[in-house]
Design a protein around this ligand. Structure first.
Ligand SMILES: [Zn+2]
Length: 362
């Protein structure tokens, strides 16, 4: 599809190399010309990210390491789990990294950087190494040491930031502006890669949309990307209805849930959750998540740290191994089923299990 980059706030157009609006500093989005949508739909048989190349903002082939095509496993009669730990670096982040590294190569960058709580840094470092370009990862001082070790093993340069994820984000953007480096992370291109989780769910269910999809939210890129992808499939006539999207966060870091429930702006909170993958105090795509929740008739739910750990243990009983952030969507489903069973009873539900990189399971 033909596309251009546009500011989500003032609608200013930006070139492919931009990562924020040059006028108002807001984040950008990929705006497609949907007149060619019919011809851009997947044709290949195998389900994987490159299957959706026509719906991605890339000119040639996708730089792919086999990301996507993860299993949609039955949990029980009504609930299935999308197992994103089956990706090359064991999280959904690889979907976005394949698109970002493709863009880096297309635009002629030989160095990328990103801010990370751990998983994104690992994924970007892995894809950069395989594409033979340099990577510099800005990582919060609070990050999981096991994840930092894995990033080091990928040969990336690590810059430890004295502060949380949002502090690391500021540092990464400063670095990218100064050096000739492409900043990767939770921006428009990654969001396009991450929308493929939703497209796969719909295709794996024979184009029958589920009633609800539960998604853990850190920076909100996966959630808002999935919402965008679902709108595109709906527009293409590939499914009859939109699933209701449910955002799940830890009570110890829930700026999005609070903003949604109180109907107000998103305010920064200091992350204090053991689910490090979603320890983001101010989600970049938060306002888009709220749009997605409202437009689909979904909701937002917080879960306690104990509920997250309990959900992960329950998954383990069926030999599904998730890290805490990865299993938070499942904990959200359990909480919602307990609190509001009538809403969910008899409904078809998909929960995205986003990853497994804490090093507790080998
Ligand atoms: Zn703008």
């Amino acid at each position: 599809l033909k596309y251009h980059l546009e500011c989500t706030s003032c609608r200013n157009r930006e070139p492919d190399s931009a990562f924020r609006c040059s006028k108002c500093k807001s984040i950008l989005e990929v705006v497609y010309d949907y007149s060619g949508l019919g011809g851009a739909l997947p044709k290949e048989e195998k389900i994987c990210v490159s299957r959706y190349s026509g719906l991605l903002p890339i000119k040639g082939d996708l730089f792919s390491l086999g990301e996507g095509g993860t299993r949609l496993a039955m949990w029980d009669e009504d609930v299935s789990l999308k197992l994103e730990m089956m990706n090359p670096t064991r999280t959904f982040k690889d979907r976005g990294s394949s698109v970002e590294i493709t863009k880096a190569l297309e635009l002629g960058f030989d160095h990328v950087c990103c801010a990370s709580t751990g998983n994104m840094g690992l994924s970007v470092a892995h894809y950069a190494r395989r594409a033979r370009i340099r990577a510099t990862i800005f990582i919060s001082g609070m990050a999981n040491p096991e994840k930092i070790k894995k990033i080091e093993r990928e040969g990336a340069q690590i810059v430890k930031v004295n502060g949380d994820f949002n502090k690391a984000l500021v540092e990464a953007e400063k670095f990218a502006t100064k050096e000739e480096v492409m900043v990767c992370g939770d921006y428009h291109f990654r969001k396009e890669g991450q929308k493929t989780v939703a497209l796969e769910i719909v295709e794996q269910r024979d184009y029958k949309a589920p009633d609800f999809i539960f998604v853990p939210v850190g920076n909100g890129t996966l959630f808002s990307g999935m919402y965008k992808g679902l709108k595109e499939f709906k527009r293409a006539g590939l499914m009859d209805k939109m699933p209701k999207l449910v955002a799940v966060q830890s009570e110890k870091c829930n700026p999005l849930v609070v903003a949604y429930q109180k109907g107000r702006e998103i305010n920064y909170v200091r992350p204090n959750t053991a689910a490090d993958a979603i320890a983001v105090g101010y989600p970049t795509f938060g306002f888009e998540c709220i749009k997605g929740i409202k437009a689909t008739g979904g909701f937002a739910v917080s879960v306690s740290e104990d509920e997250i750990a309990g959900g992960v243990r329950l998954l383990e009983r069926k030999r599904i191994f998730a890290e805490l952030g990865g299993g938070t969507g499942f904990a959200g489903y359990l909480r919602a089923a307990k609190e509001n069973g009538r809403l969910l009873s008899g409904k078809e539900i998909v929960v995205v299990i986003t990853g497994n990189n804490e090093g507790r399971f080998k």
